[in-house]
Design a protein around this ligand. Structure first.
Ligand code: FAD
Length: 475
């Protein structure tokens, strides 16, 4: 009997799971999920994401059980414990091989390489599969053989090179013969330093691949064709809200792309404007994974553009606290931050607005914002978060030009014209006439009700421009 152990991480599904399919094609399978509480916390994940991970693992256990595949849970504190824990388990079970899907941020890559080496040294096989991306990093390079550092040429190359085999969706494995091994489900919480997430967040984001598939179907049926027009308006539910599910692999990017192909006459990049715009976002997701691998310094907390390390960020704890708590006096920024801390998610347009506000208006190091997002986001994903923050702070690969600084009030007037989003998250402004909600003056609200802006836009803009101008470009 060729028994394989499949190690699930951010790929919590039975459908279209490369490692699971390959392992199951060779014989019976046992699944394992490692809870790495201390490591997850060190990587900045907060209770929302950790709880979603555990709930996702529990849902995966139920899906696997229907296929007679046991899922075992093992508690490890650190990634360093993974090789020994997995090898011990493989030996206990008499497994001949380990299978898992590759992850590309540096720490995960090192963890996986350590596991592969440990298994090989011990005479067992460990197979790492490409699954979360269409192209392994290094497969898509510029004409000069470099990693892409700009999205548009990357996405063109991606679209040119992607073929049916890379988009193929794999079925869940067939039900296997019963093994004499009982499942061992993950705990609902992981101890005091990872407190339970709020019940409202759990209700808003049920875990599991069934939920993810339903969300995809609803999005494609009801919203996708208007995605290009609606996606920038936070008061409209215009996007898929699939990011938590994609980030933990409760749905695969291929399942998303195949669903688009089915309703868009076999096209990914032509045809319906909404669908093609959405596909473009999925390619952004892959782009940032390639960036992590191609430019590992971003995983070490460094700016992609070396010269921007010379920026003189302000040490301004009160301003940082006001931003975190939604008390900047810019309603669109504050409403967005309250959406994040209340729901574990923030609309993409607003992620850009608040990230630019922190890094430009307040001139606070983007790394503080990146960490705060990671602590609260249920979709916290190192590659996308780091990429988004470095974009906003003009330090990254595809960075916004440093002189482009969103005016939060104009953004608010443009993307929340009627102030509906502001009213939803800032009830203290909900009684104001809609157009007054973007920048309420002192005769409309008292300071006690809502703060005045912590900095004036023009002054802040000039300060940021001066800071960037003073940089010398060495790279
Ligand atoms: P949709 O608009 O429906 O897009 C579909 C999917 O494409 C998303 O679920 C996501 O997987 C992917 N995607 C969309 N936009 C991007 C993008 N710009 N970069 C990478 N992938 C993208 N996304 C995360 O998944 N996790 C993060 O931690 C994260 N942090 C961000 C931080 C900042 C400062 C910024 C500007 C963006 C960040 N994003 C992050 C990207 C984006 O904001 C979210 O993916 C998106 O808002 C999720 O909503 P949705 O699922 O409705 O997206």
């Amino acid at each position: 009997m060729h028994l394989s152990l499949v190690w699930f991480r951010s790929d919590l599904r039975v459908n279209d799971n490369t490692a699971l399919s390959v392992a199951a094609s060779r014989g019976p399978v046992v699944g394992v999920f490692l809870g790495s509480r201390t490591q997850w916390r060190q990587h900045g994940h907060g209770p929302n994401k950790i709880s979603f991970w555990l709930r996702g693992a529990a849902a995966l256990g139920e899906s696997l059980a229907k296929l007679n595949i046991p899922l075992l849970y093992r508690n490890t504190e650190h990634f360093d414990d993974a090789p020994e824990t997995l090898l011990t388990l493989a030996r206990e079970l008499g497994a001949e091989a380990l299978h898992f899907n590759r992850e590309y941020p540096l720490n995960e890559w090192h963890r996986d390489e350590a596991v592969i080496e440990y298994f090989h040294r011990s005479g067992l096989k460990a197979h790492a599969h490409r699954d979360s991306v269409a192209f392994s990093p290094g497969e898509l390079l510029t004409g000069k053989g470099d990693f892409y550092s700009v999205f548009t040429p990357f996405s063109r190359a991606w679209s040119r090179m992607v073929d049916a085999s890379r988009l193929e969706v794999l079925d869940a494995p067939a039900r296997q013969q019963t093994l004499e091994i009982s499942s061992d489900p993950p705990p609902a919480v992981l101890g005091a330093d990872a407190p339970e997430t709020q019940a409202s967040i759990e209700r808003r984001w049920p875990a599991g691949e069934e939920e993810a598939a339903n969300r995809l179907a609803r999005f494609l049926e009801q919203r996708a064709r208007r995605y290009a027009e609606d996606r920038d308006y936070p008061a409209i539910q215009g996007t898929s809200e699939l990011s938590p599910y994609l980030s933990l692999g409760m749905i695969s990017w291929r399942q998303c792309m195949q669903a688009v192909l089915t309703i868009n006459q076999g096209h990914l990049r032509d045809g319906d404007a909404g669908l093609t715009a959405w596909v473009n976002e999925l390619i952004w997701r892959e782009f940032y994974q390639h960036v992590c691998w191609g430019f590992p310094k971003v995983c070490r907390g460094r700016a992609f553009q070396q010269h921007t390390e010379g920026l003189e960020w302000r040490d301004a704890p009160n301003d940082l606290a006001a931003w975190c708590e939604g008390r900047t006096g810019y309603p669109i920024v504050d409403a967005a931050m309250r959406q994040l801390t209340t729901t574990g998610w923030m609309h993409n347009r607003l992620r850009m607005v608040v990230a630019m506000f922190l890094s430009k208006h307040l001139l606070i190091d983007w790394r503080h914002g990146e960490a705060f997002f990671m602590e609260h986001l249920i979709d916290g994903d190192f590659a996308a978060n780091n990429g988004g923050w470095q974009w906003a702070a003009s330090t990254g690969t595809d960075a916004a030009p440093w002189f482009r600084i969103f005016n939060p009030t104009t953004q608010s007037q443009r993307f929340d014209a009627e102030g509906h989003f502001i009213a939803e998250w800032l009830p203290e402004l909900a009684e104001l006439p809609p157009r007054m909600r973007h920048s309420p003056s002192t005769d409309l609200v008292t300071d006690a009700e809502y703060p005045q802006p912590i900095i004036e836009h023009k002054t802040a803009r000039q300060r940021a421009l001066d800071a960037f101008k003073s940089l010398t470009r060495a790279d």
